[in-house]
Design a protein. Sequence first.
Lengths: 102, 235, 543
Amino acid sequence: MEEPIVSVRTYVIVFVSLLVLAALTTYIASFDLGIWNTAVAMAIATAKMALVGLFFMHLWFKPGLTRVAVVCGFFWLGLLIALILVDVFTRNSIPRAIGTPL
Amino acid sequence: MSDNVAAGGPDINLPAHRHPHPGLHSHFETMEQQREAGTLGIWVFLATEILFFGGLFACYVEMRAIHYQGFQVGSHLLERNFGAAMTFILLASSFTMAMAVHSARTGSRRLLVVFLVLTIVLGAAFLGIKFTEYGQKWHEHLVPGFNFQPTSEQLKGAPAGNVEMFLCFYFFMTGLHALHMIIGIGILTVMTILGLKGRINADRYSYIEVSGLYWHFVDIIWIYLFPLLYLVGGR
Amino acid sequence: MSASVAEIPVESRVHYLNVDYGIKSWLFTTDHKRIALLYLGSITLMFFIGGIAALMMRLNLLEPNGAIVNPETYNKLFSMHGIVMVWFFLVPSIPATLGNFLVPLMIGARDVAFPKLNLLSWYIFIIGACFTLYAVISGGVDTGWTFYTPLSSLYLTTHVLAAASGIFITGFSSILTGLNFIVTIHRMRAPGLTWFRLPLFIWSLYATSVIFVLATPVLATTLMLVGLERVFHAGFFDPRLGGDPILFEHLFWFYSHPAVYIMILPAMGVISELITAFSKKRIFGYKAIAYSSMAIALVGFFVWGHHMFVSGQSAYAGLIFSALSFAVAIPSSVKVFNWTATLYKGSISYDAPMLYALGFIGLFTMGGLTGLFLASMAVDVHVHDTYFVIAHFHYIMVGGAVMGYLGGIHFWWPKITGRLYPDVWARLAAVTIFLGFNLTFFPQYILGYLGMPRRFAMYPPEFQALNVLSTAGASILGIGYFIPFIYLLWSIRYGPVAPANPWGAKGLEWERAPSPPPKENFEEIPVVTEGAYMYGNPESYNV
């Protein structure tokens, strides 16, 4: 079963959307939103990644196994980052025994 | 044909050695099996690359969480417009790459070569800006390990060590990315030559498809590098 | 239907070993079976090198003040022992030799999905090994196989970069092997060979390959970061520059814990094959064992922090890792129960492969249970960095993985070489290894519990008796390893010619391919119509 050929129109729409998102993220970064800067930037980056992945890389049309491989890669990376951050942010959360220096 | 095909296997009534397709390798039974194996192979490889870059991202994430101020200052030392320009160029190169694969599948050899060359040119433009940036950092005495001497108004009160660490990440991560780009340009050059020779067409497009996947992946890495390195904190 | 392959006299048969001759036909081969033998030779050499380091360590530990080397040299010995044994023997052992040889045969394919990539994997392995051997010869590395920072990134002048580069390079060999196996198993199974008809060895290699591709890249990045830190003083792991040494440990163990599952899962797969073949009984709980392999691969990624309980990692994170480490023991125990249930009322024969399998079950169980001691933080605080840990992982790696490897080599030797080895010597060697192993490592549990630290060239005099026992055991173990080396080599030339299926085992590699197989493996790709291990009366199975 051959993969369907994606239309030029789809590619153009996706490309324009990517440019818009790139401009948007650059523009938003000129404002100081505190912690939301990072959150918004990551959200936009993820949206761009999804567009490139689903349409330029044809994940939209691929069988489940390929999507599983991709999801696995991100899941494992997320695991690494998440547990490292759990460690870093809770290092001083449990009080040490009385008398031991910090 | 038979339930063995339904089970996902090859059609043994037409063994490969009797009617081989010119591009069929001898250990595969059918071209479809070969193509599916190649596609799964490149995706598994991309999953490994996610983890490879991911280790660097994990290191960056922890250090940024601990030293946000220094990282913010360091990010402001980068030229945001250059970063945006590189992003636009790379996104355009992904578009031309997708169009190149499309041209191969629709049998248009001329357009295939045109789009491949465009992709290579855009990739080279990206690298040109990147190396200009590196040179600029050298002139500004901001290269860690070599000539890192920031002025105090550049530091804005953040510890110099943290700013230097940010720039280490900048050079390592964009450097590794640039290395992948260079390899990608090499691959696309080979594809251009194969395309000119007519070895890529509507029946034999797995090489160009695989190259496209690699190129898009390198673009995705940049999609994350841009905000993480150039857009830390508002201005 | 042609004559049974076993009836064709072997002298007139062309098979993968004699189909062409000359060194170029070996160095440029893309035949997975020849590549497997290239690996076999290479890892045997590396095992020998790692073993020499171990021998010198154990000789040194005969005396409380060190008998033969000074402490600096001792540090280099244990580092090289670990590096060579982990990355250049255990990690490639079963996957790259038995896996490469058997995966296509067991699934009814002619080769792996990417044969040239397979050959490239071997060359990458050799290049990495050369870098590491250069590090050994030019003076060695003394960070331990774990390269902890800031010791490895700042303070040492030993050949950290060379060793780290060697391991970095070899990592790509494993990644490519894992990629090859995943694609091969997904896309090249014979018609009728559905997932739940696959041999369990394939399931275990599939799970191993998932770990290869997801964990090894992080090791590559980690070693790269250590190198960058050494050269450019970036400070990621240097507290004076704002870095965090524990970050290194997170990144390192994220790979290295799953790496231990890379080392044990294939051995478990071999044991599943051996237990069923030598009990002539269908394995108990096929699906449970298959799922447990995948569960070990998955949960094995969640537990890395149990190596870091005393490192300064937060206690909350430690709690999470401890709980998950208890969970990861469950799928392994499922396997042990199922193997034991398979033996029950089986028709058991005590050939050498079975002796290795039975030894595995006992020794792996002991090693695994002591892992639970280490998983509880309260106990680990006392035995971390002692010989208790060393005994634990050697029970699993040597009592488990190496015995599984040897069992597999002995089981499939007739298929690989077309020859039989002498039975009596094989069983004698298996028993010698079992006894020597226990004498070497059981005293180490006691030493660790009593507080003897690991990676120390010297120890308090009250520990001497146990150390001497351990060294005596190591000598016996060494002899035990040497015996198969002799008779297996002997058998290639002088052993009796093997029939296609000397054990009467089930499986495509036994029933559809001669010993040794032809280069293309099968005349025609087999069509599979039944599940795995259908021993005995078919009507008794409700498949």
